[in-house]
Design a protein around this ligand. Structure first.
Ligand code: ADP
Ligand code: MG
Length: 602
């Protein structure tokens, strides 16, 4: 098999790695850096810039420099997260025809998949140059909370970049692999991932190579860039005080300040003091103005104390959602460039009361894990099996508006489940398959993933046709649903593309709602259940009434017809007691008919 590269397609930076001769190597890009900014810029003369070169001109060319599109991938424009981006992003965000979020530059629309593909192509080319051979196969990582459509969209980005995406795996799981966890042991780990723009904390349980995400929390708008922004504000203020010049309207100066702020932040992770020096930053009537300032690590730590504290609050939430105590955690892994900051490491160590594992470079760990997964798939590494689980249950809507689960949450992927269903009405020519994801018993309270029809069912009484439904989830967590009429052998298949994305933390919210609405849901389920029973009884009573009408008295017939009518009316209400009462009456009528039918045989 060919070489399989592992790619961390990050919000801020991306990274590519390869497993070769027993070791993983991070592949440097053409400029020699081991990570590549996930930034794509379009110049006025029609050039496309990707990576460092795009980053360097970002502030000076704001409306044509596209970054952080990972927050939008596989999502609708109307999701709150995209709305928030739309308000703050310097480039234009609009809806595509299907409502998906996309960006518009120089009048041309680009989907987040295409932007992702430009970055992926850059990494692919770097890998080809490094390996001196063409590269096709890749493993790409996504956040643990990504839903089906976000995973699917990431896979599409890979395909657009000319890659054959062998597998999509969770970032924290990849990190765990990079740290060498999971092969033959078991335990619970916390993966603390603080990147440029997002923070994720995941609690994973693993045993015999199977990783299960117990909880994932975080903030998709919290990361290193917030620290840079605060530092920039300090620099702008002090420059203003010294010179009286406000640099907010000077894009070139702002770009230099932003770069300097990030550089200072990074330097202060290894030294206690750094000098920010920006000669000829601007000029006034008295000549050129320079910026020069000493910044200490202590100052920087004070500036971002609350941001670090916020990540720890998320850790606390994730631990309680996972139902584990900090002492039960067997390892804490640091992921993301920002975890190189000593203050971050201290806060994590203090909260978990143990020293975090720092044996792998945190901004490379995810790509390294993806490369290991690639090597496993290529057959170069055999010890580790790596599996993930389904975060939320999957099923279909069945009669009475209920969700019937086919694949329960936490099932290990890949998996496939088949069940046989039937029709609910006589001569029903088609079945509507409504695919849902969630934990609530009523279909309407869950996320709708897809709808399709299986047509051409031959005329039959209800309950007679046999429709076989198969739900399969592949190793990437992508769902396919097929329906087959066992009579006609007619079949319909959909690869599910979710109609809308789950926001981060949505899984947690869905689970807690399922708990919160337990009582209300129980009543609704009872209602759906009794409605189904009364409709079934109306159906059989009408049929047997036709056959035994001759044996019943006029008075009995009137009573049965009245009971049928009452039953029909009550079935449309939400009045449980009333339906129960009319059901009892109709049962009496049904018994009367049965008595009459069998009276000659007694
Ligand atoms: P993402 O996962 O969001 O794509 P990364 O994991 O690459 O991003 O993290 C990028 C962030 O890490 C940036 O804000 C960058 O400035 C910061 N960073 C990188 N190296 C260091 C360092 N040595 N000290 C502090 N911050 C760092
Ligand atoms: Mg990352």
């Amino acid at each position: 098999m060919d070489k399989v590269i592992g790619i961390d397609l990050g919000t801020t930076n991306s990274c590519v790695a390869i497993y070769e001769g027993g070791v993983t190597q991070v592949i440097p890009n053409s400029e020699g850096s081991r990570t590549t900014p996930s930034i794509v810029a379009f110049t006025p003369d029609g050039q496309r810039l990707v990576g460092n070169i795009a980053k360097r001109q970002a502030v000076a060319n704001p409306s044509s420099t596209v970054f952080a599109t990972k927050r939008m991938i596989g999502r609708k424009l109307k999701t709150p997260e995209v709305q928030r981006m739309q308000m703050t992003a310097p480039y234009k965000i609009a809806a595509a025809d299907n409502g998906d979020a996309s960006v518009v530059v120089h009048g041309r629309r680009y989907t987040p998949q295409e932007i992702g593909a430009f970055v992926l192509r850059q990494l692919k080319e770097a890998a080809q140059e490094y390996l001196e051979q063409t590269v096709k196969d890749a493993v790409i990582t996504v956040p643990a909370y990504f839903d089906d459509s976000q995973r699917q969209a990431t896979r599409d980005a890979g395909r657009l970049a000319g890659l054959n995406v062998l597998r999509i795996i969770n970032e924290p799981t990849a990190a765990a692999l990079a740290y060498g966890i999971g092969a033959d042991s078991s335990g619970t780990i916390a993966v603390y991932d603080l990147g440029g723009g997002t923070f994720d904390i995941s609690v994973l349980e693993f045993s015999q190579g199977v990783f299960q995400v117990k909880a994932t929390h975080g903030d998709t708008f919290l990361g290193g860039e917030d620290v840079d922004a605060r530092l920039m504000d300090v620099l702008l203020d002090s420059f203003m005080q010294e010179t009286g010049i406000d640099l907010h309207a000077d894009p070139v100066a702002l770009q230099r300040l932003k770069d300097a702020a990030e550089r200072a932040k990074i330097e202060l992770s290894s030294v206690d003091e750094t000098e920010i020096s920006l000669p000829f930053l601007t000029a006034d009537a008295n000549g050129p103005k320079h910026l020069r300032r000493i910044l200490t690590r202590t100052e920087l730590e004070q500036l971002c104390e609350d941001l670090i504290a916020a990540t720890i609050d998320h850790c606390r939430d994730a631990m309680s959602a996972a139902g584990v105590q900090p002492t039960q955690i067997t390892d804490v892994l640091l992921v993301g460039g920002m975890t190189k900051m000593p203050a971050v490491q201290r806060a994590v160590q203090h909260f978990f009361n143990r020293a975090p594992n720092r044996t792998v470079n945190p901004d490379e760990a995810v790509a390294v894990g993806a490369a290991i997964q690639g090597a496993i798939l290529a057959g170069d590494v055999s010890e580790v099996v790596l599996l993930d689980v389904v975060p939320l249950s999957l099923g279909i809507e069945t009669s009475g508006g209920l969700l019937t689960k086919l694949i329960p949450r936490n099932a290990t992927v890949p998996c496939s489940i088949t069940e046989v269903f039937t029709t609910s009405e006589d001569y029903q020519p088609l079945v509507n398959v409504h695919v849902l994801q969630g934990e609530r018993p009523l279909a309407a309270d869950n996320t709708s993933l897809a709808r399709f029809e299986l047509v051409g069912i031959p005329p039959a009484l209800r309950g007679v046709p046999k429709i076989e439904l198969t739900f399969s989830i592949d190793a990437n967590g992508i769902l396919s649903v097929s329906a087959r009429d066992l009579g006609t052998k007619r079949e319909q298949l959909v690869r599910v593309r979710a109609t809308s994305g789950l926001t981060e933390g949505a899984i947690e919210r869905i689970l807690s709602e399922a708990e919160q609405f337990q009582d209300a849901d129980r009543i609704n389920v009872e209602l759906a259940d009794i409605r189904r029973r009364i409709q079934g009884l109306i159906y059989t009573t009408e049929r047997s009434l036709g056959e035994s009408a001759n044996y019943l008295t006029e008075g009995e017939l009137d009573q049965i017809r009245a009971d049928l009518e009452n039953a029909r009316r009550s079935a449309d209400t939400a009045d449980l007691n009333r339906i129960q009462a009319t059901l009892r009456d109709l049962e009496k009528s049904a018994f009367r008919i049965t008595e009459v039918m069998y009276k000659d045989f007694s």
